[in-house]
Design a protein around this ligand. Structure first.
Ligand SMILES: Nc1ncnc2c1ncn2[C@@H]1O[C@H](COP(=O)(O)OP(=O)(O)OP(=O)(O)O)[C@@H](O)[C@H]1O
Ligand SMILES: [Mg+2]
Length: 442
């Protein structure tokens, strides 16, 4: 967890940074927006920015957006006098406001909320025991690991475990979602760029490879990477050097690569969409995450864990699952795996009344599984007669938006159910956005 504090280091902010350090955060400091941006461009990344509300938070947020730094920002300021500024900071896009002098518990809670590497990996099923044993066994080597498995099975969670159990654990764990970054920007995101290397490259910027130097780099959704970039990635892995865009000299890196995919990558190789040599480079070790339906003991165990977690977060009582609810959950196929279970339990915790959580709040009418096997149960299934009169594009849009809605906006899961690549899904959503000027969340 890396915290970047922006503002004059008053005694309150010194105190706040001490609290954060005690919680295990690495704390950096910048006294102006420009010096904060210089630090970020130099690869001194941050998982959270804490900024004095007396400074122009809106400018900082605009700058972060313009340079595509995806870091949450919280405003902080002294006590009640700053209520107006606090409200303004939130309006300008800050995620949170922390009053000063800092309260240790509040700082800890904010750090925990943004710091997803605190997500504990929970399991009870023997199928997972084998996976964990293997992850721990391979963690000490520097070999690349390909983590495969259906969407929502915990590929990212296990990647963090591999890093944490390795002797690189004190160094950075950097994750790049290859599907979420537009193709033309992914190269500079990974390898960095020189000032003026392309339109919009306002300053030199360090890429994720250098940011993860000495640590671990997770290439998430690797199947979505374009072939020409795959060639560059292969060189980076083989020769441990990278070529920042527009740079005249290569840069040496010492890095451990983890990659994830929820596609059959070997099939991609056979179809010519993924380089065979890169496949073998990445797949030195393969960890296959079992789907939740093959981990029956985990259903009840993880459900209880999520019920407790979300009851606490929302300040509602912890209600146990009724016997019938548990029975139906054991029979459900969980196509969205742990993510679906987590979302389902979150919703159930909020909707439950009475002493127990009953099936009616777990599987409310109208929200059923969208797994292809259950397609006939699909709530967005439409009779062919109602389709007549619509164009293929209209029907496709209804299907895509309905599926995305069902997946609570999770694009990876939605693309999986739709049987299209994330890239295709993203292109379609961009098209809808420009057609109607509508906002579709990320
Ligand atoms: N064993 C687990 N214990 C606790 N939480 C888990 C576990 N496995 C997964 N989760 C939770 O489920 C969600 C999905 O996990 P994760 O992002 O690691 O899945 P994924 O396989 O990477 O999915 P995708 O392919 O969609 O990216 C996360 O919120 C994660 O914290
Ligand atoms: Mg993932």
């Amino acid at each position: 967890m890396r915290l970047l504090i922006i503002g004059k280091m008053s005694s309150d902010l010194v105190e706040a940074s001490k609290i954060a350090m005690n919680k295990g955060a690495k704390v950096g400091h910048a006294d102006s927006i420009e010096s904060a941006l210089i630090a970020l461009r130099a690869g001194k990344g941050a998982d959270l920015i804490m900024m004095d509300v007396n400074m122009p938070i809106d400018k900082m947020i605009q700058a972060l957006k313009a340079e595509r730094f995806n870091v949450p920002l919280v405003g902080c300021g002294v006590g009640e006098n700053n209520q107006e500024k606090a409200a303004q900071a939130i309006r300008h896009g800050a995620n949170e406001y922390i009053p000063l002098p800092p309260d240790a518990e509040l700082i800890a809670a904010v750090l925990e909320a943004v710091c997803d590497d605190n997500q504990a990996l929970m399991y009870k099923d023997p199928a997972m025991e084998d996976v964990i044993r293997m992850a721990q066994q391979v963690s000490t080597s520097d070999a690349s690991v390909l983590i495969t498995g259906e969407s929502g099975t915990g590929k990212e969670v296990i990647s963090r475990l591999v890093h944490k159990s390795s002797n690189r654990s004190k160094e950075n764990f950097i994750s790049v979602n290859c599907a979420a970054i537009p193709e033309n920007l992914l190269e500079s995101e990974l390898f960095g760029h020189e000032k003026g290397a392309f339109t919009g490259a306002v300053a030199k910027r360090i890429g994720k490879f250098e940011e993860a130097n000495n640590g671990t780099l997770l290439l998430d959704e690797i199947s979505e990477m374009h072939l020409h970039l795959q060639a560059k990635l292969l060189r980076a892995i083989q020769e441990r050097v990278i070529d920042p865009v527009g740079a005249s000299r290569p840069v040496k890196v010492n890095i451990r690569i983890l990659a994830t995919s929820n596609r059959d990558l070997w099939q991609y190789v056979k179809e010519g969409k993924f380089r065979e040599d890169l496949y073998f480079r990445l797949n030195v070790i393969n960890i296959e995450m079992p789907p939740l339906r093959n981990r029956p003991l985990d259903v009840a165990f993880l459900a209880a864990h999520f019920i407790e977690k979300y009851a606490k977060v929302n300040g509602v009582p912890v209600r146990p699952l009724s016997e019938e609810a548990l029975k139906q959950m054991q029979m459900h196929s969980w196509p969205g795996n742990v993510r679906e279970l987590e979302n389902t339990m979150h919703r159930a915790v909020l909707m439950a009344t009475g002493l127990e959580i009953t099936p009616s709040v777990i599987f409310p009418k109208g929200i059923k599984s969208l797994h292809p096997q259950n397609a006939s149960d699909s709530p967005i299934r439409v009779q062919s007669s109602t389709l007549v009169g619509q164009t293929v594009a209209e029907v496709e849009k209804t299907l895509i938006m309905g599926t995305l809605d069902h997946c609570l906006g999770n694009r990876t899961h939605a693309a999986n159910i739709l049987g299209i690549s994330l890239r295709t899904l993203r292109n379609k959503l961009n098209l809808y956005k420009t057609e109607h000027n509508i906002h579709i969340g990320d």
